[in-house]
Design a protein around this ligand. Structure first.
Ligand code: FES
Ligand code: FES
Length: 157
């Protein structure tokens, strides 16, 4: 039976009536037209669908919509402030850490989640936070540089 779920998406109150087990990713993409989070594997193995839920990076493909009732979801569409990119987005741009871009929203949001809890991560902590985020273009070296850049005080603006 369908349920009505209330949540906040990118700072706005949203409501959806749907199967409570429906993945958050599907609701974001199909009901709210927020297509930044990507479908890759659908089983928690690629990170393309990553969004923030109450500040924590989660796989939206594995998150039933019922689990985010009353919570705050941030997608890549919600990171910039007007025309001003988020510092992590700026760092990815500066380091050319995006090629086809399919993995980029997930990488960026995982980085935002990491820096919120660990502002000065070691390389090991960065690798651990991005473990499970696959980049088909193999841009890992520049992605690592971008996360390092974003972690610098000057880079966080
Ligand atoms: S689509 Fe969610 S982890 Fe791959
Ligand atoms: S930039 Fe293409 S998958 Fe990472």
């Amino acid at each position: 039976m369908d349920a009505t779920i209330l949540l906040t998406v990118n700072g706005k109150q949203r409501k959806v009536t749907t199967d409570p087990q429906r993945p958050l990713l599907d609701v974001l993409r199909e009901e709210f037209q927020l297509t930044g989070a990507k479908f890759g594997c659908g089983e928690g193995r690629c990170g393309a669908c990553t969004v923030l839920v109450n500040g924590q990076a989660v796989h939206s493909c594995l998150t039933p919509i019922a689990n985010v009732q009353g919570k705050s979801v941030v997608t890549i569409e919600g990171l910039a402030t007007g025309e001003k990119l988020h510092p992590v987005q700026e760092a990815f741009l500066a380091e050319e850490a995006s090629q086809c871009g399919y993995c980029t929203p997930g990488m960026v949001l995982a980085t935002v989640g990491l820096l919120a809890r660990t502002p000065q991560p070691t390389d090991e902590q960065i690798v651990a936070a991005l473990d499970g985020h696959l980049c088909r273009c193999c841009g890992y070296t520049n992605i690592l540089k971008a996360v390092r850049r974003a972690a610098q005080p000057a880079g966080r603006g």
